[in-house]
Write a protein that binds this ligand. Structure first.
Ligand SMILES: CC(C)(COP(=O)(O)OP(=O)(O)OC[C@H]1O[C@@H](n2cnc3c(N)ncnc32)[C@H](O)[C@@H]1OP(=O)(O)O)[C@@H](O)C(=O)NCCC(=O)NCCS
Length: 204
């Protein structure tokens, strides 16, 4: 399950309410074309995407086993979190309208913090798209959702993710025990970045 950052920020009631409202109303297409909020119509495409271990194996927080039922529940829970202003499941569609990737943004409004996880279809991996897409999404999460802190985790052997995350300016902060939905744990690399650090790195 997604865990909030190691660093604890405290949002005022007004700040937390503004973050919730931003999550509820955000236009998820802003960081790039082909992005939509996940709906039940995407379940078959997400099931096909996540059934490929090259896509889902590195992700600790996906439902297991990956079945039509578990993916349906996962989308429904994400829709409930979006209504509460506590997260967004964004589906990336390719030009043919097929599901080509997803981003799961988890938001803790009372801590002005967020986490991002996601994956791309195997045929699209390793072409530099993940790096540029993630950088846009990180900036959008800070600017549009208004959080002040982001955390990320990756499996210890996920070299591509680690490179992409550190290229974007995240600070390595050791490891953490990530808890899967079935209660088992996975040792993960762990990073954080503040909105201020993001603005400094990207000269905003
Ligand atoms: C992780 C993921 C989103 C990265 O996107 P991507 O488009 O494949 O990554 P990029 O092509 O932008 O590469 C990222 C970096 O890894 C490097 N890289 C790519 N393939 C590599 C490989 N096989 N070995 C080592 N480095 C590699 C790239 O050169 C790049 O580094 P650089 O910016 O210094 O050149 C994508 O691979 C993916 O969906 N993987 C499966 C799910 C996953 O791991 N999700 C993330 C969980 S934290």
């Amino acid at each position: 399950m997604s865990a909030p950052p190691k660093t604890v920020l405290h949002a005022s009631d007004a700040e937390a309410a503004a973050i919730r409202q931003a999550v509820r109303t955000a236009d998820v297409a802003e960081p790039g074309p082909g992005r939509v909020r996940a709906g039940m119509e995407h379940v078959p495409g997400l099931l096909a995407l996540l059934s490929d271990p090259q896509v889902s194996a590195p992700l600790y927080d996906l439902p297991r086993p990956i079945t039509e039922d578990s993916v349906t529940r996962w989308v429904a829970e994400a829709q409930a979190r979006a209504l509460a202003g506590e997260g967004l499941l964004v589906v990336n569609l390719d030009p043919a309208g097929e599901v080509a990737g997803y981003s799961m943004i988890t938001v803790w409004p009372e801590r002005a913090s967020a986490e991002l996880a996601g994956a791309m279809r195997a045929d699209l991996q390793g072409r530099g798209q993940g790096g540029s897409g993630a950088a846009h999404t990180f900036g959008w999460i800070f600017q549009r959702l208004g959080v002040r802190l982001m955390c990320l985790t990756a499996a210890l052997d996920n070299v591509r993710s680690a490179k992409l995350i550190e290229a974007a300016g995240f600070r390595p902060m050791g490891e953490r025990e990530a808890v899967r939905p079935d209660g088992t744990t996975r040792r993960s690399l762990y990073w954080e970045m503040t909105a201020e650090e993001w603005r400094r790195v990207h000269r905003l």
